[in-house]
Design a protein around this ligand. Structure first.
Ligand code: CMP
Length: 139
């Protein structure tokens, strides 16, 4: 299996509720190594550009409001099959449908405030990592 990189966002709800450490511990336990981490406040432009594929969806405004309401933690995770593995550990987008033991089952309130984001494919991971991390910030 190939070693991959994926983009993780610990969303404002995770930061507000002090779940950052616990979530990172779950990732490390699953051999998903954070190789770059930063805590920042997204601007509207940063959030709108990141989620541009969802621009026409009816929840887009709500999503941007939520993602800009407080600081987030941005991470690049590295590991074997990292993209799919991280999505498995996050659980379904809607926490009501997420499996027991997943991050969203444990920490997410609803489909909008769902604790974390993870890239869904190699091309998306490349775009998303590049959106938030400069080459000089990555090993
Ligand atoms: P994420 O994995 O970050 O990718 C897009 C986000 O849009 C998703 O998590 C949810 O937070 C949000 N989202 C998806 N569907 C809905 C929905 N039906 N209502 C509100 N937010 C949604």
């Amino acid at each position: 299996m190939a070693v991959e990189r994926t983009l993780s966002i610990l969303k404002p709800d995770s930061v507000e509720k002090n779940h950052v450490g616990e979530i990172i511990a779950m990732l490390e336990a699953a051999s998903l190594r954070p190789i770059a981490i930063k805590r920042t406040q997204l601007t509207r432009a940063m959030a709108e550009g990141f989620y541009a594929v969802h621009r026409e969806r009816k929840f887009f405004g709500e999503l941007v409001e939520f993602m800009t309401r407080g600081p987030v933690v941005l991470m690049v995770l590295e590991g074997e099959n990292a993209i799919a593995r991280y999505r498995e550990i996050m659980g379904a987008t809607d926490p009501a449908k997420a499996a027991e033991g997943t991050i969203r089952k444990k920490f997410a309130a609803n489909i909008g405030e769902n604790a974390t984001h993870g890239s869904d494919a190699p091309e998306t991971a490349k775009f998303e990592i590049g959106w938030f991390f400069a080459g000089c910030e990555l090993p």
